[in-house]
Design a binder for this molecule. Sequence first.
Ligand SMILES: [Zn+2]
Length: 263
Amino acid sequence: MTSDANSPDELAAEIRPGVFRPDWSLVTTEAARQALAGRVPGSAGLLERWSKPLHPHADLVWQTLLRTFVREGRPPRLAEIAAETDLSPESVTVILRELEKRDLIGLEPGTDTIRFAYPWSTQRTGHRVSFGAHNLWALCAIDALATAPMYRTDVSVHSACAACACKVYVATALHGRALRTMSPPEAVVWYDFSYTGSAAASCCPSITFFCSDEHLRAWLKSQPRQPEGVRLSVAEALEVGGAIFGPVLAEATDFRQVAESLA
Ligand SMILES: [Zn+2]
């Protein structure tokens, strides 16, 4: 056990009272720990972007748009967010810009139209998630798996090996705490560290499934610049996804109630 300045416990942001992101309590494997510890300091500014809690109105807009995305199968429009949150359209516009600055969503340039909101994208990314009545696109392999622990449900993910394009299929169990099925059984995930400013535009396209370690190695060799990252089993990738996205829709702790219950 090392106790350097980057000890995992310090690498978390309190996104709302009592809710920490990433949630290290979900991380049990060394590879998942490495992936998260590598991501946070390696991705200059990412933790900084998360570290200041959102204003409660911005947090409300963020959670509302993520819930609407899965209910409607698409991101909500500005007027829908305003109606649902009881905020003025002008305030929602300002908040959407703030969420984009924090790399929590992406807007169509110069508009209020949501293009993506991690883990979801409106573009065909190659990682399709069957979620309730909808088929949605996730921004990367980790985001696709993370949708189960994030929404406390089970999903199936249809993707493909980035080297040979053969199908990769994963279904979760126990609300994303375990895998139900996986095909092929040797599938793995590459967790890329190349974060610059916006995950969607930097690391996401390289965080992807491979049908086998052999094809991951072949792909790594074929890249013009040696990618930095971690090889994860799909179970480990699910852990990483849960740690990053599990807290996103978690309810704040009501510390007044806790104090009362202890009194
Ligand atoms: Zn392959």
